[in-house]
Design a protein around this ligand. Structure first.
Ligand code: MN3
Length: 246
């Protein structure tokens, strides 16, 4: 090989490698960003849709500031750890006892709020529990009113900040529970684990502008915006998954 041919060969190899590397980066960089970073979804209704139960200003700050901060802080918390990136949030929740507090607080915050927004609809449009869900509620609580009283009590007695939940346990039974801060029943560290059907945010930021210290009034008004069609669908799905897993 002549000197000229060697140089030209080396140049071509270099160009080819550079091209291949550039292509690889083009393909991989967006993939990595798309699969591992979390984003804030828009609310499924306008900010004022839940009035008078929840006022538009509360919804605006709750979704645009609080929920956005959980998303941003979650992305920050996982950014430098390859073992935490590119996974569904539920996969992180199920091994939360082994993860940093920043992932627990913000991962829980992101999941809980997505779930919360989807659980509500305009007053009067939430329908009623399905026949199957109502039967399960009557079996495990005695009546719909007794269930609501238990759920309200869980929210009212949660000291400080947290959530009240209706869950399906592994044995298929319904249960009312509550968690502190941004924990939830999907986390392996939860006292009562199960599949959430309904959750209410009892942090002061969820109601303070409109209700101040009257958490009980917020909890009572909240039933008018619960979307029972969503809760009923979650119940049917939980039973299907539970039955195939047993
Ligand atoms: Mn909140």
């Amino acid at each position: 090989m002549s000197m000229h041919a060697r140089q030209s060969f080396a140049l071509r190899t270099f160009a080819l490698r550079t091209f291949a590397l550039a292509m690889l980066m083009l393909v991989c960089v967006p993939l990595r960003a798309a699969t591992s970073d979390f984003t804030l979804a828009p609310l499924p209704y306008p900010y004022d849709a839940l009035e008078p139960a929840i006022d538009a200003r509360t919804m605006q700050i709750h979704h645009g500031k609080h929920h956005q901060a959980y998303v941003d802080n979650l992305n920050r918390a996982i950014a430098t750890d390859a073992t935490l990136r590119g996974q569904p949030l539920e996969a992180l929740l199920s091994r939360m006892s082994k993860l940093p507090d920043a992932v627990r607080n913000n991962g829980g915050g992101h999941w809980n709020h997505d779930f919360f927004w989807q659980s509500m609809t305009r007053p009067g449009q939430g329908g009623a529990p399905s026949a199957s869900l109502l039967a399960a509620i009557e079996r495990d609580f005695g009546s719909l009113d007794k269930f609501k009283a238990a759920f309200r009590a869980a929210g009212l007695t949660r000291f400080g900040s947290g959530w009240s939940w209706l869950i399906v346990s592994a044995d298929g039974k319904l249960k009312v529970t509550s968690t502190a801060n941004q924990d939830n029943p999907l986390m392996d560290l939860a006292t009562d684990r199960g599949t959430p059907l309904l959750g209410n945010d009892v942090w002061e930021h969820a109601y303070y502008l409109q209700y101040q210290n009257r958490r009980g009034d917020y909890l009572d008004a909240w039933w008018t915006v619960v979307d029972w069609s969503v809760v009923s669908r979650r119940h049917a799905e939980a039973l299907t998954v539970g039955a195939s897993g047993r």
